[in-house]
Design a protein around this ligand. Sequence first.
Ligand code: IMP
Length: 200
Amino acid sequence: MSKKKIKEIFIGSNNKGKLKEIADLLPKSLKIYSNLDFKIPSPAETGTTFTQNSLLKARYFSKRTSKICLSDDSGIEIDILDKAPGVYSADWSGKKRNFNLAIKKVYKEISKKDKNWKKKRLSARFICVLTIFWPNGKFISKIGKIEGRISNFKRGKNGFGYDPIFIPKGKRLTFGEMDPYKKYSIDHRFNAFKKIKKFF
Ligand code: IMP
């Protein structure tokens, strides 16, 4: 990897929620490119771990753009579901990426495991692996997590994906109810970003 500070970067994601959050973490002086300008289709996420998929995306977008690329692979692990949906978090929302469907599926699968689940605290965590991939083939991947629990029902309109059903540890609000900047300052993506910040 290069010791030189990165001056421009391509954010390799077609997920607008992630794109916004990652762009907000980066220094304002950095020139940011994204798929809003390039329209490159996403690669198939064939890995079985967050780290494999994060690297696969960063490498793919770097090869396609010849730029230094930053990619994220993330998802939610719910302990009672044996850590599902995990790397398949996006898949649970179907081809149209409908997260109302994904959340319905979460509640359905939880009910199958335990009918009385609403009386319990169901532990879960968001995980994010951020990878920087340089055109010379060097890369760095770092993981970030945030622990929490599943809300009994969907709450809040902020954020994206599973935000309305995740309550971070020590908080009362779901990520969907929280001010977005508050979420960005504590979440899995921020915790991964802290570990790669020095490159910017
Ligand atoms: P992927 O990294 O493209 O496989 O997608 C990960 C999926 O996990 C996203 O589509 C979201 O559904 C979910 N996810 C990841 N990070 C977050 C988050 O910060 N809030 C809510 N959902 C998230």
